[in-house]
Design a protein around this ligand. Sequence first.
Ligand code: PEP
Ligand code: MN
Length: 350
Amino acid sequence: MLVVMENTATPEQIDRVVKVIEEMGYQARPMPGETRTTVGLVGNDGRVDGSRIEALAGVAEVIHVTKPYKQVSREWKQENTIVTIAPGVSFGGSEIVIIAGPCSVESEEQIVEAARAVRDAGATALRGGAFKPRSSPYSFQGLGKRGLELLAVARQETGLPIVTEALDDEGAHLVAEYADCIQIGARNMQNYSLLRTVGKMDKPVLLKRGMAATITDLLMSAEYILAEGNTQVILCERGIRSFDTMTRNLFDLTAIPLVQRLSHLPMIADPSHGTGLRDKVIPMARAAVAAGADGVLVEVHPNPERALSDGGQSLYPDQFARLVTELRAITAAIGRSVAPTPGTAAPARG
Ligand code: PEP
Ligand code: MN
């Protein structure tokens, strides 16, 4: 339930609404807006009688949010949420953010070379998995903590903020020490314990759509994070399973405008896992940006043939550089721009 205050409501009147909600046994979340404040009632509000609140001074109206997700909905908050993962790197505004890098962190040389290549091409953030959710237990599982340390080296070398995945509750705390944004992968989209854990953190979260998840499922999973207090959530379309084996997944472009209509959270696209095919990544990245995505996540490897995971869908650095140039042209055509590469590189070592 959402209590919309009149634009003339005084701080005392807002406090009173908060107190009454708390007396009723719920949490109140005041959200000051540009012209007026709204106060959200957090919890299962199915049985709440709004009339007691409606009668309070300064209340304009009480809105019952009918969807199973509340805080992530546009009914709850109309303006876009801006999620900032590092100074100057924000999702949800007019700039689109390009996150690029290898599927996995493999060695210091590999991640630093990849980071330099994507930075020089115009990327805004670096990705790379240290903890890898592999379909087979016998595939490369990532370097773990060492991988996080190498990502920190790459950030130091290039100034790029780091997006990297956490697989479980314990790992999430470790990942949070190193990452600028914690990725929750497709396989963990409905790991509610993990969602609650990152929901309690003060760290941006990139939540990827599960491979068999509906858009409502994705938004309900995001709600778990917001319900714990963390509103810094970026959503990501990464393709869903289909009957067609031509592509790795069916990249659902329509999810982009759909989610942006239903939610105030930023929505980005991952055409790498979405297609699984290097030569399909480029057209689908262009399409995602044209469709309004707030960013793209693209796998780039300095040497894709030697990659320990997802080499077949990883772009060569020169392909990525051309893609960034194209994305600049596409954003310009729709009144947006590509977020600039942050910071300046630390002096090269040695
Ligand atoms: C990844 O980003 O490398 C990854 C494993 O993605 P997803 O969870 O979408 O499969
Ligand atoms: Mn991958």
